[in-house]
Each structure stands twice: as C-alpha cells, then as structure tokens.
Design a protein around this ligand. Sequence first.
Ligand SMILES: *Cc1c(COP(=O)(O)O)cnc(C)c1O
Length: 401
Amino acid sequence: MSIPFITDLPDAHGRFGPYGGQFVPETLMPALAELTEAYHIAQNDPDFWNEFHRLMRDFVGRPTPITHARRLSEHLGGAQIYLKREDLAHSGAHKINNALGQALLVQRMGKQRIVAETGAGQHGVATATAAALLGIQCVVYMGTVDMARQRPNVFRMQLLGAEVRGVDSGSKTLKDAINEAIRDWVTHVADTHYLLGSALGPHPYPAMVRDFQRVIGVEARQQMLERVGRLPDTIVACVGGGSNAIGIFHPFLADEDVRLLGVEAGGRGIASGEHAARFADPKIARIGVLHGTKSYVMQDADGQIALTHSISAGLDYASVGPEHAYLRDIGRTAYTYCTDEQALAGFKALCAYEGILPALESAHAVGHVLELAPTLPKEHILLLNLSGRGDKDLDTVMGAI
Ligand SMILES: *Cc1c(COP(=O)(O)O)cnc(C)c1O
C-alpha cells in the first residue's frame, strides 16, 4: 500500500512529527511568516515552476544524466551501480538547484539583497552564482579561519560579484558565520533574504529546500524507468544537512519497495567521537534544537554543541534535517556512516574505474557502496546520488593519501 501522507509533510506548523518547527527569537518571526507566505503562493503558481525549470534547463544544464558505472559494478561483482550525475550541474554540485530556486523567490518578493553563510565556500559560490545571474546584491558571511583555508572559493565569490565578509568571533568558522548572517537578516529584513543552503533551519526552509532539490529525484525516477524499465532497488546518498539526499529520496517515498539509505560522515570512527554521524552515536547525538529546528543534534552532557569532524566540509555539521529524523523514526529511510578512510577509498575507486572525480561528500556514498554492492545479487539496481564533483577537494585528497 502506498503511504501518501508522508509526502504531505510538514504540517501547518512546519513539523515533521516531533521534529522541525520554528525555534527562533521573537524578532525573526515576522521574517519567517513573510517567507512562508511568499513560498506558499509561489509553490502553487505554475509560472514560478515554469521559470524554475527553464533556468534548470538553460543555465544549470538539467536534466543531469544517469551513468551506469559498468566497470565499478563488475569489479565489485554484485549490484548494478547507476550514478545520478549532480556533479555535472553548473558550478559542480546540487547546491545550485536550491540557490536558484530561492533567488527566484527573492525576485518575486521584491527584495534586492541576499545574505548567506558558507563554511568551505560551496554554498557561498552557488549563492553568488545565482545572485549574479539574476542581478541581486549578495553578501556572504564566512569565518576568517575558513577564509584562510579556502582562498580560491573566496576569490570565486568575489569574481561573481559577491561581498565576502569575514567573521572574527567565536571559532571563526561556519556556526559563527550563520549567527552573523542571521543578525544581518534581522536588521535588514525589509529588503534582504537569508538564503539557507541545506534542508535545515526553521520552517519553511526544510520544506522549501527539499522542494527545489526534488528535481533530482523526479528526473532520476523517470530516467530509471526509461533506461532500465523499472525503479531502483536501493538509493544511496550522502547526508550532511540532508538536501541532496531528501531531493533524490522524496519522489520515491511512496514506492515502498525502493530502499532509501543515507550515509553520514563517520570521520575517524564512531568510537573516536570525531565524526558527524548524528544517527549512529546515541551517546553524543540526542534530540535537540540547533539553528531554529528540532532534530538530532550532537551535544555534550550539558547540551553544548559537540565538535564534529569529517574530511569533507559539506558533511561536517552537528545536526541533520528534521525530515530525515522523522523518516528514520517511521522506518521509511535508514542511515549508515562511512569513515574518512572509506570515503578516500570511494574517491579513488570512482576515479580509477569510472573516470569521475567525486566530491569528498559524495565519496562517502561511494565508500559505503564499495562494501554494500558485493553483498547484493547482480540483478539488484543501486542508484547512487553523485552530489558533486571533486576538483575542489584535490588539495585535501593530496594531503591525505
Ligand atoms: C554541501 C554538499 C553536500 C552536503 O549537503 P546536503 O545538504 O546534505 O546535500 C553534499 N555533497 C556536496 C557535493 C556538497 O557540496
């Protein structure tokens, strides 16, 4: 039997079961109410989606292809592995789908300015790209430690016309940049939109970001039916905040025979405590609130946010999107993790067998598939969401192998 109700979430309060919601200071509530209303109208307007899909086609290069990883499948001797090629989307990852969707909404709302935060710079680059295309002013907050580590992405954003503002407070990294971006938003809310980069944060962000990333799963579903004549048996995606995973999972939620598997960052192993596998470590990750939403949060005994570690910056976050937490509770999705070391093995395998350099984030999904595929029969069809390309990670990989 199908389960249509899952796809109707979140409820009117932005909740996915016990997760999600809007845990923000009073001063942010009007901005969230305005955004929720604007998105609700856009969501029901075919003109909005026509414009979105026109940009997806003409600017992003969608639909992205599906590639049968023939040599890797043969080498592993089990399931047939297919890749959904988000690495071929313009600017190199799935993040552009969401950045452009929100930028279009900004135009409709009559705002002229976008603020965003970025850690490694990937979301900042996608946001600056969308802002340049649509002629919107763009300010990206970035911790000064991250700026020093990611010089090329700082320069990229500047070339794209964005102003990159260094954040010198706290640990001078992502969470401090998020705080600054929110402060800017509250102060300039009349003309400014906060462009959040994953399926996280207060309602309506988790639902809105998911809806823009659903394009991945909608395409993949149709492409698999055309190419192999049936749906995949298993879909695997890496999970940072959870946007690429929910994007490919969501259009398959009602297909109960399709197994949906998320891969978190196992870092140096669960026992080391140095990881970002929120679902794998009940000692560290408990239900809590971070950046406006209720979900699994890595925290110490006093409820302070725990330090996380991953070789890939995009998976290195203490919480996970609320919809994933809910889908896991009801058993529709499952999660595992892949260590830094396994991800590097995945990175190398995809380069050597398929001629594709994956992003280190995506390499976590590949790393898990290296172990999973050989345990499955040859008729088993496994679809892996290749969320991004790996050129950005060459320095990290060179330092690690
Ligand atoms: C940012 C990023 C991720 C992680 O973010 P999600 O919201 O979990 O998708 C994964 N892959 C790539 C290539 C990224 O840039």
